[in-house]
Design a protein. Structure first.
Length: 728
């Protein structure tokens, strides 16, 4: 049944409520009131079929149960009045004589005016004729001494029918797209409901519904779209009614169910039980110039526990920037190598791959471990010799970019893959990574251990969803003696002070980064800025100190040379684009200047700041920003000056930008949630997750006929993203 859905592509879980042949899969075009033109507009919102339309959750509600006499109005939110238009037309307001459209409405008790700053005069004149009965709803404010509506929702009440549809009840406000009006959307949803509601069926068996205190989906959708007048509009407004809870649970449940199945399938696979290799580990520890922190020791133990067992490891190692994840990864790699397997470490950028390679060389060479580097710029003979030594097993430790998992790369005996900065790769790529390690055909395939690492301090709730199929280890401690980075917010007026501060640090033997934003759409322009900046910095700091430029458009070899000179300390100021954002480790650098800081998101700023504060020296992060332009930017940048705790910053980022932005949904491979809100609905997420994992534990194939609908919905929502082997 699922085969025809494989490759449906683009459709994530959360989309599509029902299987392809179900009546709710009827294209929206066949809903009364929706023709080809409107259906094209709905498609832009991701609304393709009737099920999507019924899943379109109102963003808020208007309480129109109480029509107030105009005489009794007071300023405030969500007021509704009904009256007749007594005058209307274009007028001018304020000292600037701003052109507005004004409509004066009288209900017999008094008059109130509605003002519109954006309007189509012709349309307004035709639609809102004098004497027309209208409903106005919106926020009432006080202007001088009179009350007014600014941009209220306004509807003509021609017939008694129209009047009853719009008044006396709580009215939903839907998300819209250009060319569709609120009233029209309400009518479309109403028509979809009238035509198709009999096809909405319960998905879950009764005892499940009871256990999780869910409501019937039919009732939920009815309540969401046509709330009964006795409901609490406050609860509706913030998405906390019983119906909301059920729909949110439902949305989370199917995501978690997919993850639970993936996890179960991984756990059932045959992995490698690596023999203990304490001697190797001891040698490694004594080769390190420092002691491991308590947290590093603890997570190493957790990882070794996985390596002891015959099940494939599938673990996420989370740790704030600078917490020292690399050595933990190395410890695991060495254990695999000691057991005569190969290990691979994959990084998201060439710069980072190079850096890991260098770090690893420092340790692997004296220990006599063969290691190699592969990126897209390793070509020709070098590449083929790398590939053949991987294939014949003479290469023990491979470091590289995603070039490592490309076709044509074969390992002889891959035991462990480490994926650094996993958030740069995305959920779905893990499958490709794992496949690399499968043993030859015929035998029962064994799977390598997978350790993914991330410095993106993902709030726990989000980690549970994004990495719902992983075990999680956390490094929650920085190496000893680290001082928190001092962060300052500067504007142009303090540029001289900035340069003086930099000069002071450089004079003390430290180094500095100056980072320019690189935004794809205006790449040229920004590159020019970084280049200009490098020139200005040279003028200021050279010849005493050396300034170099680094950006993503440079040839790999050039980048490599510049990074190497910065690392070696012969370049003192590195003027770079955000290519240095992830992973770069030059402990002697103590200054991070971020130009146009307002253009960066919090998570990115935190990553950038994490490039300094990696030694015992006090480090500084200066955010240069035109922050007075935007309140939002001030709030964001203030967070940076107030805390260096990555988790706090992540929570704040989630709050400010929402999870979609935060994760880059495209990368994460997970759906944008339609109704659930990860920042708000944590509790429901945990419940849904627990329910999903329990179900999979009790019935791994979901073969109980009671759950037939659940299985069907699961396959539709994950269309193409759960392999047939995951559920069959
Ligand atoms: P991240 O977790 O951000 O990837 P790295 O692995 O790059 O962090 O480590 C950051 C820096 O801290 C490196 O210079 C590393 O050598 C150093 N380091 C790691 N662990 C310790 C430790 N236990 N004590 C002192 N320095 C450490
Ligand atoms: Mg790192």
């Amino acid at each position: 049944m699922a085969s025809n859905r494989q490759g449906a592509g683009g459709k994530g879980p959360g989309k599509g409520w029902v299987s392809d042949r179900h009546p709710l899969s009827t294209p929206v075009q066949y809903v009364k009131g929706v023709g080809p033109a409107v259906s094209a507009k709905l498609a832009k919102m991701g609304v393709m079929n009737v099920g999507d339309l019924l899943a379109l959750t109102p963003i808020r509600y208007l309480d129109r149960r109480r029509i107030l006499p105009i005489a009794e109005l007071s300023p405030g939110r969500d007021r509704t009045v009904v009256g007749r238009i007594v005058a209307s037309g274009v007028s001018f307001m304020g000292r600037r004589r701003k052109r507005i459209y004004e409509i004066l409405v009288d209900d017999g008790t008094g008059k109130i005016s509605a003002k519109f700053f954006y309007f189509n005069a012709k349309y307004m004149q035709q639609k809102f004729l004098t004497e027309t009965k209208v409903l106005l709803s919106g926020d009432v404010s006080e202007f001088r001494t009179t009350l007014q509506f600014i941009h209220p929702e306004m509807e003509t009440l021609g017939s008694a029918e129209e009047e009853s549809a719009s008044t006396g009840r709580i009215v939903p406000v839907y998300p819209l797209t250009e060319g569709i009006y609120q009233k029209q959307m309400r009518r479309i949803v109403r028509n979809a409901w009238d035509g198709f509601n009999s096809h909405i069926q319960p998905i879950f068996p009764e005892e499940f519904v009871e256990r999780h205190r869910l409501s019937d989906p039919w009732k939920c959708l009815q309540e969401i779209h046509f709330p009964a007048p006795d409901l609490d509009p406050e609860l509706l407004a913030i998405g906390r009614s019983a119906a909301h809870r059920t729909l949110i649970f439902d949305e989370f449940f199917f995501v978690e169910l997919g993850l639970a199945l993936k996890r179960r399938r991984t756990a059932q696979k045959k992995g490698i039980a690596f023999p203990r290799s304490d001697a190797m580990h001891e040698r490694f520890l004594s080769a390190l110039p420092f002691e491991l922190t308590g947290a590093q020791r603890r997570v190493t133990g957790e990882i070794f526990g996985d390596m002891d067992s015959g099940k494939p490891m599938n673990r996420l190692l989370q740790g704030d920037v600078g917490s020292g994840k690399t050595v933990v990864a190395l410890a695991a790699a060495l254990r695999a190598i000691d057991a005569d397997f190969q290990a691979a470490i994959m990084a998201p950028t060439e710069i980072l791959a190079e850096q890991h390679f260098e770090t690893i060389t420092g340790i692997a060479t004296p220990m006599g471990i063969s290691h190699g580097l592969i990126t897209s710029s390793v070509k020709g003979a070098e590449r083929s010799s790398f590939l053949s030594s991987l294939r014949n097993g003479t290469l023990s430790l491979a470091v590289g970019t995603h070039a490592l998992i490309q076709e044509g790369v074969e390992f002889a005996r891959l035991g462990l893959i480490v994926v650094d900065e996993q958030h740069r790769f995305g959920v779905m790529q893990r499958a490709a990574i794992r496949r690399k390690g499968q043993a030859e055909e015929g035998e029962e395939p064994t799977f390598p251990d997978v350790l993914v690492m991330t410095a993106t301090p993902i709030p726990r709730t989000l980690a549970m969803t994004l990495y719902g199929d992983l075990d999680v280890s956390v490094i929650d401690e920085l190496p000893q003696g680290r001082l928190p980075v001092m962060t300052k917010l500067y504007d142009e007026g303090r540029r001289d002070k900035l340069y003086a501060g930099m000069r002071h640090e450089l004079g003390n033997g430290r180094q500095a980064y100056v980072v320019y934003p690189l935004i794809e759409e205006s790449e040229k322009l920004d590159l020019k800025n970084a280049t200009d900046m490098a020139r200005e910095l040279s003028r200021i700091f050279e010849p005493e100190f050396r300034v170099a430029l680094l950006h993503g458009k440079m040839r790999p070899q050039e980048k490599e040379e510049i990074m190497a000179s910065f690392k070696a300390g012969s370049v003192h100021v590195l003027c770079a684009t955000s290519v240095v954002e992830v992973g770069v480790d030059v402990p002697n650098a103590s200054v991070m200047v971020i130009e146009h800081a307002e253009r960066f998101g919090l998570a990115q700023l935190h990553q950038l700041r994490g490039r300094v504060g990696r030694s015992k020296f006090q480090s500084y992060c200066i955010l240069m920003a035109d922050y007075r332009r935007s309140e939002e930017a001030v709030e964001r940048l203030k967070v940076m000056t107030e805390t260096t705790d990555g988790f706090k910053i992540a929570e704040k980022d989630l709050e400010l930008r929402g999870p979609g932005e935060f994760l880059g949904t495209r990368q994460s491979g997970l759906p944008p949630f339609r109704i659930a809100n990860l920042a708000r609905d944590v509790g429901i997420l945990s419940q849904a997750r627990e329910a999903a994992f329990k179900l999979v534990e009790a019935d791994p194939e979901i073969s109980d006929p009671k759950y037939a609908r659940v299985k069907e919905v699961l396959l539709t929502r994950w269309s193409g993203k759960l392999s047939l082997a995951d559920i069959s």
